[in-house]
Design a protein around this ligand. Structure first.
Ligand code: GTP
Length: 367
């Protein structure tokens, strides 16, 4: 559970980082466009008074900064398209067309950076949306041209303007189509990565689980023990183990059959898991032997846990389904002693179990 939460947190963080980068790129392109327009203004090609120019670009920058702020705060993370690419590119179309409207010479050059913004959003928008954006940009350019002709028609060359519009349209649609394809590839790659991550997780689960009960297997229990030992050696977390063994299990197999033996093992696994505290570990060492690892527990705490499990298990009956009347268990408890090896700890717990067995079974002994 913790692992899944951490993974979700990591994914959110990396998405946030990508969004910030997306916002910064959009702003950098706007910076270049603004610079270009300032040069046009200084050279007298931008037909707008200085004050109006300032107001126009002040408004544009304010809108972009709000956009950047939203991305930086992660305020859009819950949306289906958190980069807000469609509103962004729609705004950009308007911005480039307004810039183009005020420039009669080299009009196409002043809207050229639109393609950089188009490329940026192509990583986020689907192919169909990108095509619609390309067409929308072309229509907007035509409307902007018509308005410029209405306002300052005299002196504008219709054929040059029409040619520039055609070039703009072709580049827009080519970029949109190519961008859509990039986005499709990116999505396919993301799907494959997700499938691969799922498969790796599944393989790892298979490697650490016991086939019959689904509990952690011996190998994984050993890994957990080594980890707990390392923590305990730094003086942070004491821990204890309970070595659990079902009594006279051979007899159950012999009398009721192997299938019944398996059923008893599964029932015991479910019962033990259902009563476990968060942070404890439980697994099957093999056969009818199980291990409980209890971080933060001293020997008295571990003995209590073992006794509770033993009593709960004792109450389980199977005879109404044709199985054994009841099955008991014995437990050996040991608390980790600083510096000892995992094998030594398990050996002590096993000695406790041996004492419980030789003392008549159905009991807990500390070693
Ligand atoms: N059904 C089933 N039996 C298993 C499994 N793994 C081991 N066993 C059986 O568990 C039995 C263990 O027998 P013993 O080691 O003699 O232990 P016991 O009969 O429980 O006797 P005590 O531990 O001394 O009380 C053997 O008969 C194994 O074949 C399994 O996955 N399923």
């Amino acid at each position: 559970m913790n692992q899944e939460l951490n993974q979700a947190r990591r994914l959110t963080l990396s998405e946030r980082r990508l969004l910030r980068r997306h916002g910064r790129s959009a702003l950098a392109i706007l910076g270049m466009h603004t610079l270009l327009c300032v040069v046009y203004l200084r050279l007298g090609y931008f037909h707008l008074a200085d004050r109006a120019f300032l107001i126009l670009f002040g408004g544009i920058w304010a809108a972009f900064l709000v956009y950047l702020l939203l991305l930086n705060l992660g305020a859009t993370l819950r949306l289906s398209e958190p980069s807000l690419s469609l509103p962004l590119i729609t705004f950009c179309i308007g911005m480039y067309m307004v810039s183009g409207y005020y420039v009669d010479e080299f009009r196409l050059a002043v809207v050229m950076l639109f393609f950089a913004h188009l490329l940026l959003v192509s990583f986020r928008l689907r192919a169909r949306v990108m095509t619609a954006v390309g067409i929308g940009a072309s229509v907007s350019y035509a409307v902007m041209l018509w308005m410029a002709f209405q306002a300052r028609g005299v002196g504008l060359s219709f054929s040059v303007e029409a040619l520039q519009w055609l070039v703009f349209t072709m580049i827009s649609i080519s970029f949109a189509v190519t961008g859509g394809a990039i986005n499709r590839l990116r999505n396919e790659l993301a799907d494959k990565n997700r499938a691969l991550a799922g498969a790796v997780k599944q393989v790892r689960e298979l490697a650490i689980r016991d086939d019959l009960t689904g509990l952690f297997n011996r190998g994984h229990l050993m890994e957990i023990l080594e980890r707990q030992k390392a923590l305990a050696d730094t003086g942070r977390t004491p821990f204890s183990v309970c070595y659990v063994d079902l009594d006279h299990f051979k007899k159950i197999n012999d009398r009721f059959g192997h299938e019944w033996g398996d059923r008893v093992l599964k029932r015991f696994s479910d019962l033990a898991m259902s009563g476990m505290r968060d942070g404890d570990f439980f697994g099957r060492l093999g056969g009818e032997e199980f291990l409980l690892i209890l971080p933060q527990s001293d020997v008295d705490g571990a003995r209590l846990v073992a006794e509770r499990l033993r009593k709960r298990w004792r109450e389980q009956a199977f005879d109404d389904q044709g199985g054994p009347l009841s099955v008991s268990l014995s437990v050996g408890v040991a608390s980790y002693h600083e510096g000892e090896s995992v094998d030594e700890l398990l050996h002590r717990a096993d000695q406790g179990l041996y004492q419980a067995k030789s003392g008549g079974r159905d009991q807990t002994r500390v070693a």
